[in-house]
Design a protein around this ligand. Structure first.
Ligand SMILES: [Fe+2]
Length: 492
């Protein structure tokens, strides 16, 4: 057991990153508490399910293969299922029990000859979206992978009927627009070639509620952006281009360095904020603020001349070194801090306020208030409880009140808390926070269900028969899907 240095009683978070190679399919029978009767639907999670092939670890947390988990709340019981996404990388590396593809921070063993001119693979491991009749596993390094929402079988790489060409990547953080039901997403791209080489841009995509990609646009940029997420209000898409930047990519192309090696935090670079009209995708106004970076955003909304944006601000990228060596017990998983930005579209003035002091990441909120003024945001947070630095708590931020926090016991590690609305009509926080927690003492995971109205009221704990490696993002759908099989990798 990995333990806190100097204290062999408290397990660290690092063992929670060991592989879950097995694929399970069972009703959860170890239930502590009362399962809420007003919770019906499916809670999906995505994240790297394995960090090693045989004895060979990947070179970065981001390179583990995508494994989808589904907790189905069905008539008073909860079913668990997990399945890996059958990407070419997963299939080849499983068959050969060796690293066969490059990644964001992983090289193929064998040196230059093996890596020259090889593109990083798409592990489909970051998030999910259910929209237009499709459940898609997403990673910003490639196109989506379609997964059957009931069986979790892989259906194939997804292109919106060719709307996404093979080189057009699609971010893990598209958003559904509340008023229209359209799904808006983006990807870093190339708009052409000039005397200085490729011309960087943001590709922008709009998909209607029937699942058709019907609008595309390109926003020219001065350099390739490190842009993982964006914010969306009712009328605007807001992109923060921060101080995390790509250096010289030639060694990456030549196979001597990884992309992760060439990503740097440059404190001399100010953060640029681009506000785009959501109808036309044209730039409305840009702002320049202090250096920093925003990895994940909460909600955004408009108030008079201002657009107000919530997000997690980072003033460094030191965590990237930890992510390259996830089993190192000394590695520290740093989070950001919750900030609110006020952007005046009329005057061009901007200001930022720190919302809470607690180190936080993965902001979530009730999706019914997406794009309009909201009251509550929930975050995964790191609280000093004597154990190591991974997420070990939940914060509920009340903009008409204050922040409430929940700290897990030492040796328990949390994840992104996803809001699941009650099936009964109620206020903005009438529902539950679904939180997968890793119990380092027993090396098992459990799903904790907290009342969103009072996050310290854990109404139910559902203990799994195994651990779930720490994952990135999830979503709650109010649909109970048919778990019958549908053939894998069928043409779509
Ligand atoms: Fe993310």
């Amino acid at each position: 057991m990995n333990a806190i240095p100097g204290d062999n009683q408290i397990p660290t978070c690092h063992r929670g990153l060991e592989n879950l190679d097995e694929e399970h399919d069972y009703w959860i029978d170890e239930v502590d508490g009362d399962l809420p009767k007003d919770l019906q639907g499916t809670f999906f999670r995505n994240g790297p399910g394995r960090q090693r092939i045989g004895e060979m670890p990947y070179g970065h947390w981001f390179d583990g293969d995508g494994m989808i988990c589904a907790f189905t709340f069905d008539s008073g019981r909860v079913h668990f299922k997990n399945r890996y996404v059958r990407t070419p990388k997963y299939l080849a590396e499983t068959a050969q029990q060796a690293i066969c593809y490059r990644g964001f921070g992983t090289q193929i063993p064998g040196g230059l000859r093996k890596n020259l001119l090889k593109m990083p693979a798409n592990p489909a491991n970051t998030s999910l979206i259910h929209h237009g009749g499709h459940l898609l596993a997403l990673n910003e390094g490639g196109r989506p992978w379609a997964v059957d929402p009931g069986s979790l079988n892989t259906l194939g790489e997804f292109s919106y009927d060719g709307g996404l060409t093979p080189g057009q990547v699609f971010s893990a953080h598209g958003k559904i627009h509340n008023r229209t039901g359209d799904y808006i997403n983006f990807g870093a791209g190339v708009s052409g070639f000039g005397l200085k080489g490729p011309k960087p841009c943001l590709n922008l995509y709009r998909i209607n509620p029937k699942g058709s990609l019907f609008q595309k646009a390109q926003l020219p940029l001065d350099s390739f952006p490190f842009c993982h997420d964006f914010a969306m209000s009712d009328r605007y898409a807001i992109f923060f281009l921060g101080s995390i930047v790509f250096g010289n990519m030639l060694p990456v192309v030549l196979g001597t360095k990884t992309i992760s090696d060439q990503v740097n935090f440059d404190p001399s670079i100010a953060m640029r904020i681009l506000v785009l009209d959501l109808e036309t995708f044209e730039l409305v106004r840009s702002f320049e603020t202090d250096p920093g970076a925003m990895i994940h955003f909460g909600n955004a909304f408009e108030a008079g001349d201002e657009v107000i944006v919530d997000g997690m601000f980072q003033d460094n990228f030191a965590a990237n070194d930890t992510l390259k060596d996830v089993f190192n017990p000394d590695g520290r998983f740093g989070g950001g801090h919750y900030y609110r930005y006020f952007l005046n579209l009329k005057t061009g003035a901007s200001r930022a306020e720190k919302v809470v002091d607690t180190e936080s990441e993965f902001p979530t909120f009730n999706p019914s208030v997406a794009g309009v003024r909201h009251r509550y945001t929930y975050t995964a947070c790191s609280i000093d409880n004597g154990a190591d630095s991974f997420f070990n708590g939940i914060a509920k931020v009340d903009f008409d009140g204050s922040a409430d926090t929940l700290a897990l016991p030492q040796g328990y590690y949390g994840s992104e808390p996803v809001f699941a609305p009650s099936t009964q009509v109620g206020g903005e926080d009438h529902g539950y926070l679904l939180e997968v927690v890793y119990n380092g003492f027993d090396h098992v995971s459990e799903l904790q269900i907290h009342r969103a109205e009072n996050i310290n009221d854990c109404v139910c704990r559902l203990r799994l028969r195994h651990h779930v490696p720490h994952q990135f993002h999830g979503l709650f759908s109010n649909t109970v899907f048919d778990r019958g099989s549908r053939s894998e990798l069928e043409a779509i």
